[in-house]
Design a protein around this ligand. Structure first.
Ligand SMILES: NC(=O)c1ccc[n+]([C@@H]2O[C@H](COP(=O)([O-])OP(=O)(O)OC[C@H]3O[C@@H](n4cnc5c(N)ncnc54)[C@H](OP(=O)(O)O)[C@@H]3O)[C@@H](O)[C@H]2O)c1
Length: 238
């Protein structure tokens, strides 16, 4: 069974995601105190770990590659490395672009979701690093398959999807988001075109959220004027 997916994001009041562009807190509060709400709320979900798109994961954990060479061909089978009782950080990295330099994503065990055309050298590097990997179809973008395998082989029941907008959009379109949790930061971006919470890369006639509706679960005002919004995604006709 696939894990439950909670999309958990912090956005400016205009729904934008690039935190370094936001206006500062009004009273001189250190913005780190406001950003700390993100992890504190995430803790409440009791999740087995988190997932991020290739670009976001590269920002958090990427290091330069070290040119590992495989001793021979490596089969395209799931590789389950030593998790050592830790939570997981799952990278959606279809082309195998991220180098980790070890098994550590903010202290969590790394699982890479890959396409089958990644090189043997890359798989050898992940094995050396102690990173687990799963194939999500030939192009690495079969999200339902990836989630089924994460449930089956790693026993994951709940995962926090933490962006960016592009992978959030892909999960939304695929109907794979069960809950949405947004921390509204008391700041503004204001510029047209800056990425927002969902950035599905589709045609103008497509509606990636069609067939879904939001049931309100909770709203809380947190210290510093951050507002937490929590919704369940339900299926509807149309
Ligand atoms: N405020 C927040 O809460 C928050 C949270 C997260 C991130 N961010 C910010 O968002 C920015 C990055 O976000 P982003 O939206 O540009 O990138 P992203 O979602 O982090 O990564 C997008 C990449 O994921 C890969 N991918 C895997 N499966 C995919 C699928 N099914 N469909 C589409 N892509 C798939 C693709 O990699 P390939 O290109 O290799 O094919 C794609 O380019 C960063 O600046 C980060 O700081 C903000």
């Amino acid at each position: 069974m696939r894990p439950k997916i909670i999309c958990h994001m912090i956005a400016s009041i205009d729904g934008r995601l690039l935190t370094d562009r936001w206006t500062p807190p009004v009273d001189g509060t250190d913005d780190a105190q406001l950003f700390a709400h993100y992890d504190a709320v995430a803790e409440r979900f009791g999740a087995d770990g988190w997932m991020a798109g290739r670009k976001s994961m590269e920002e958090y954990t990427g290091v330069p590659g070290r040119g590992t060479q495989a001793a021979g061909p490596i089969p395209r089978d799931i590789h389950v490395a030593e998790r050592k009782g830790r939570a997981v950080g799952v990278a959606l990295d279809p082309h195998g672009k991220i180098h980790y330099g070890g098994d550590n994503a903010h202290g969590d065990h790394v699982i890479a979701i890959l396409g089958e055309d990644v090189s043997d050298d890359y798989l050898a590097e992940l094995r050396e690093d102690g990173v687990s990997y799963v194939f999500a179809g030939a192009d690495g973008r079969d999200l339902p398959l990836a989630l089924e395998r994460l449930g089956q082989y790693f026993g994951l029941q709940t995962l926090i999807l933490q962006g960016g907008g592009v992978v959030n959009g892909a999960f939304l379109q695929a109907g794979l988001i069960d809950e949405i949790s947004v921390l509204v930061y008391p700041g503004i971006d204001g510029l047209a075109g800056v990425p927002s919470i969902f950035e599905y890369l589709g045609e103008s006639h497509e509606k990636p959220a069609s067939g879904k509706a939001l049931r309100h679960l909770a709203t809380e005002t947190l210290a510093g004027g951050v507002v937490w919004l929590h919704y369940r995604v339900e299926r509807v006709e149309g």
